[in-house]
Design a binder for this molecule. Structure first.
Ligand code: FE2
Length: 280
């Protein structure tokens, strides 16, 4: 087995990890190295991995316990794996095209998300990541002073409520989405918060995805501030553009980065399998 090698992307976050076969049981020292690299680079890509669903689940569980996925049906025969799927014939909107942190409206949102590529189109379909440590560190003091100390209100309603984007089944495409009144629930988190493992502060989650307002502000007051926040937190200088290949596993830290899908592969099929992991 070649030695574990970690190659940074050269962009605002992200690294590629080679020299490890994730289908095999891993020594504790290797898991520790992967965890340290994940905390440092926030997004890790492992190319050329042939994983069964059992092996995918086993690797994911090295980083915590399975998360609760409220608005997706899992793939058949599995409780904890969901499919991000678009058939070549689909004409629905690209799923998850707004920067977000997965399920940030939960009381304890997932620390990690793992995506494993099954079927990757020849063009398009990159995933964009935005480093929210850098976005906070470089935020102009004038904007920062208006956001400092704010409690952000998170909700899944824009996507998953009956009157949300996916309330119309035409927008589901080939995704197994579960629309529910539960999406109207609200959960507050500090907008700026220390990463629970590294202590480094970051902006948590994305404006207009799950962050819908701020405590103590009306919607009208919050909207221009959310627009400014989104424009800042998704600036080019904070981005890593991930290009997929088949048999690639990517894991990212939802506490450090935002992510969003991109299109550009109309007429091609695309499928990835997803697991969310809570810390501890
Ligand atoms: Fe996501």
């Amino acid at each position: 087995m070649p030695k574990l090698a970690i190659e940074p992307s050269g962009q605002a976050c992200g690294a590629t990890v080679t020299g490890v076969d994730l289908s095999q049981p891993l020594a504790a020292s290797v898991v520790d190295q992967i965890r340290a690299a994940w905390l440092e680079h926030h997004v890790l890509a492992f190319p050329d991995q042939k994983l069964s669903s059992d092996e995918f689940e086993r690797f994911a569980q090295l980083f915590g316990r399975f998360g609760d996925d409220p608005f997706f049906k899992p793939i058949s025969g599995r409780e904890h794996i969901a499919a991000v799927r678009r058939e070549a014939s689909d004409t629905s909107p690209i799923f998850a095209e707004v920067f977000h942190s997965d399920w940030s409206f939960q009381a304890q949102p997932p620390a990690a998300t793992l995506l494993y590529s099954i079927d990757i189109p020849p063009v398009g379909g990159d995933t964009l990541f935005a480093n929210q440590h850098l976005a906070l560190e470089r935020m102009p003091s004038e904007l920062r002073s208006r956001l400092e100390g704010k409690m952000a209100i998170h909700s899944a309603a824009v996507g998953y409520a009956p009157d949300g984007l996916y309330g119309d089944p035409k927008n589901h495409g080939s995704m197994d989405i579960v629309v529910s009144e539960e999406a109207y629930a609200r959960q507050s988190h500090p907008l700026f918060r220390a990463h629970p493992e590294t202590g480094r502060r970051a902006i948590f989650s994305g404006a207009f995805s799950y962050v819908i307002g701020f405590e103590g502000m009306t919607d009208d007051e919050a909207k221009p501030l959310l627009l400014e926040l989104l424009a800042w937190q998704s600036r080019e200088e904070f981005l890593y553009r991930h290009q997929w290949a088949n048999d690639m596993l990517v894991m990212w830290d939802n506490r450090s980065v935002l992510h969003r899908a991109t299109g550009g592969y109309e007429g091609h099929r695309r499928e990835l399998h997803r697991i969310t992991i809570n810390s501890g």
